[in-house]
Design a protein around this ligand. Structure first.
Ligand code: NAD
Ligand code: IPM
Ligand code: MN
Length: 350
């Protein structure tokens, strides 16, 4: 028997509600495979910050690093100043563990309610850079609170950081439909934009079988709603990828379906899997959150850890549950389920 050691960070709000469902699905997926899981729960997030003033200590980080992977729910709470947990906990993990690939797949399941009149075949992956860009924390504020206040956030883009994520995206495109779209804004962001463009062009020469395209971010948000089927692999920077993947969630049936993996492909540090959504204070504590994104994140985790069979079973269970939802919608009786009921329904199909 081999054991997967998983660090579990439920975090805040609906993170606490969806993570137990994801763990249920994970346990079921590994049943009878000769691999089991050992979980370590970390009390990180708003409660811990209120109690101790800590977001993520060096000791927490060292313990987390000793695991094979991390499952995270969500962080952020209205009772904590905005940015304290987001930067001090979530981004700190992504940066300290060098999660340079933020993998965010989107797939549309037929019949699922979507704001699009004609969704078509939507099946794309956003490869979002995870350690640089406007998230680098490079900036500052002068004359705060005065009419002459100046606030800067500087986007950091290194050739090293861009090339490694672009390489990942090309390799992924080669395994998929062989279409890669760079999304940026090089008509305005001439420094970073042209760095990204040049690197995509030069790495692209090693992938002549992959068709390479480009969209400015503003146009990409149009295509995402008018013709999302055009996309296969999108590679983009940290902030554009953040925004585009919330939109991707919305067009494919809701942010409660969108999974993500924060990958450290070399395996030097554990990768972290989490739903794309946040702590959703507006519905927290009501048992309304859709746990599908968290469960789909477990599928990404299993796949990344080399357990393709169990990962495929989780994905197939989600697909079957989505078909059941679509059927109920067609019948005019949409399923009204609690978080736990949806988790149970998917787990029963694994
Ligand atoms: P959010 O993703 O939490 O919520 C946006 C909307 O989507 C809300 O209406 C919410 O009810 C809905 N929603 C989200 N997840 C859902 C689910 N599983 N099922 C059904 N509906 C769902 O974004 P926000 O409101 O901008 O942010 C709330 C807090 O979460 C903030 O503190 C923010 O910083 C944080 N946040 C954290 C993460 C993360 O931990 N990865 C991601 C995004 C936002
Ligand atoms: C996400 C979130 C985070 C991000 C925040 C909470 C730091 O929005 O995971 O999409 O911007 O990356
Ligand atoms: Mn986001």
């Amino acid at each position: 028997m081999t054991t997967l050691n998983i660090a579990v960070i439920p975090g805040d709000g609906i993170g606490q509600e969806v993570v137990p469902e994801a763990l249920k699905a994970l346990a079921r997926a590994l049943e009878g495979t000769g691999t089991d899981i050992a979980t370590t729960h970390f009390d990180l997030g708003a409660r811990r910050w209120h109690r101790t003033g800590e977001t993520l200590t060096e000791a927490d980080l060292a313990r987390i690093k000793a695991h094979d992977a991390i499952l995270l729910g969500a962080v952020g709470d209205p009772s904590v100043p905005s940015g304290v947990l987001e930067r001090g906990l979530l981004l700190r993990l992504r940066f300290a563990l060098d999660h340079y690939v933020n993998l965010r797949p989107s797939k549309y399941y037929d019949g699922v309610p979507t704001p699009l009149a004609d969704p078509g075949d939507i099946d794309f992956v956003v490869v979002r850079e995870g350690t640089e860009g406007l998230y680098a924390g490079n900036g500052g504020a002068l004359r705060v609170g005065t009419p002459h206040e100046i606030a800067t956030e500087v986007s950091v883009n290194t050739a090293y950081g861009v090339e490694r994520v672009v390489r990942y995206a090309f390799a992924l495109a080669r395994k998929r439909r062989k279409r890669l779209t760079l999304v940026h804004k090089h008509n305005v962001l001439v420094n970073a934009g042209h760095l990204w463009r040049r690197i995509v062009e030069s790495v692209g020469r090693e992938y002549p079988d992959v068709e390479t395209g480009y969209c400015h971010i503003d146009a990409a948000t149009i295509h995402m709603v008018t013709d999302p089927g055009r996309f296969d692999v999108i590679v983009t920077d940290n902030l554009f990828g953040d925004i585009l993947t919330d939109e991707a969630g919305a067009v494919t049936g809701g942010i409660g379906l969108s999974a993500s993996g924060n990958l450290n492909p070399s395996g030097e540090f554990p990768s972290m899997f989490e739903p794309v959504h946040g702590s959703a204070p507006d519905i927290a504590g009501q048992g309304k959150a859709d746990p599908t994104a968290a469960i789909a994140s477990v599928a990404l985790m299993l796949d990344f850890l080399g357990h393709g069979g169990p990962a495929g079973r989780v994905e197939a269970a989600i697909a079957r549950d989505m078909a059941a939802r679509a059927e109920a919608n067609r019948a005019g009786e949409p399923l009204a389920r609690t978080t736990e009921q949806t988790g149970d329904a998917i787990t029963a199909l694994i």
